[in-house]
Design a protein around this ligand. Sequence first.
Ligand code: UDX
Length: 461
Amino acid sequence: MVLLKEKLKEIETESIKKEVKVGIIGAGYVGLVTAAGLAYKGYHVLVVEKDKEKLKKIKQGICPFYEPDLQRYLLEGIESGRLSFRENISELVSECRYIFVCVGTPIKDDSTYDMYYLDIVAKEIANNLKNNFKVIIIRSTVPPGTGRWFKKAILRYRRGLTASFEVVSMPEFLREGNAIYDFFNPSRIIIGSDNYDIGKEVSELYSDFGAPILIVSLEEAEIIKLASNAFLAMRISFINSIANLSEVFDSNIENIRLGIGLDPRIGTEFLKAGIGFGGSCLPKDLSALISVFNNYQINPILFEAVKIINDERIDIFINKIKKALWNIKNKILTVWGVSFKANTDDIRESPALKIIPKLVQEGAFINVYDPKGLHNFQNYVQKNYPNFSNSIKLIENIYESTVNSSAILITNDWDEYKRVNYYNIYELMETPIIIDGRNILNPLEMKEIGFEYYSIGNNIR
Ligand code: UDX
């Protein structure tokens, strides 16, 4: 009887889903994953994207960036007919009750968020609101107060005309490279709204995700997002500071991490020492949080320290390289890893982007290998360092990248680096030295093969 009831409930939920239309504005990481994921879950999803080239690719089921499994879900959504595209926001607003705003909020030179795209969206939504009630869900990462501003902006653009809508803040916590997994297995669903009933209604969209749902105020949701990323960044800078101490005492940071992390109040996750955090979120959101604190005359010293420690990682790594090699001028150095971490082609704020130019400036020749990031890196070098083209060689084969090399520098953490045959690589290099900025290889194994192996927070050679 209970089982039958559950089944009936499931059937009811499925049929409700088929009638619900969800609009997505902006097909970047967040927008596209949300669109493909919700379509897979059974909703009708309509997507608007301003970048015509990008949209053309997406319509053909081609993902404009590398994200494991996303393309498969995208194609499935398109083929099922549940994922479709609209030319402009007005069509989307008229058809959908739920409108997810997923446009970019890049950071400006003064480290504050650029609200330009959000403002445009507010205007376009305002111009197209009719009598039907709309729920506008902001998923872009924003400073606290944005949801309220967004509401106000819509009302202003309406110039006194009535409008029936509510704004909800629903931060996302997707990790690049794991975005599909994270979408279907969220740690929590945070819904910020002034109107509890609307918050509850939005939570229904996610009722079968098996995650705790927390309905809070608009600003609380916005703060939760920034605070979560700042906390993660803080953990990384924390362990990196301890790694500096570990090196002084010829210790192994992995043992220390385990020893700290076995306390259930601390845990071992997000405590991996290395050359620092990069990516499109942690560095940007940390800087923006510092600006928010300054803006409200609150002391941001904790977050400033996290940032300073992270920035220092680059020079610490460069010094390690120099110390190991004695001289780097006219030497070939192999860099494995230009994306900011494994399983993504995203090179934004990647430590390698800061390390490679410094090495070139000191006269080194760099062979670069990355399983997915080479294309983006090539564009980056052409744009920012056109004079370096003779010093930087992009190589698509991991073994070839080590030929005559004086050292391998590991700057991100793709699994492929663990699987290569190091006996072969040992033969190919001029001097067999590895400087592992992500602590992904086994020091003893490397030593046994004959490598001089250096890593972070370990002084065991
Ligand atoms: C992050 C948050 O994890 C995610 O919840 C949020 O939605 C977006 O920002 P992402 O930028 O994809 O996700 O990367 P993440 O996996 O968090 O890693 C960030 C950086 O920290 C990477 O450069 C990674 O190499 C580094 N890192 C991570 C460490 O140095 N040590 C660790 O223990 C973990």
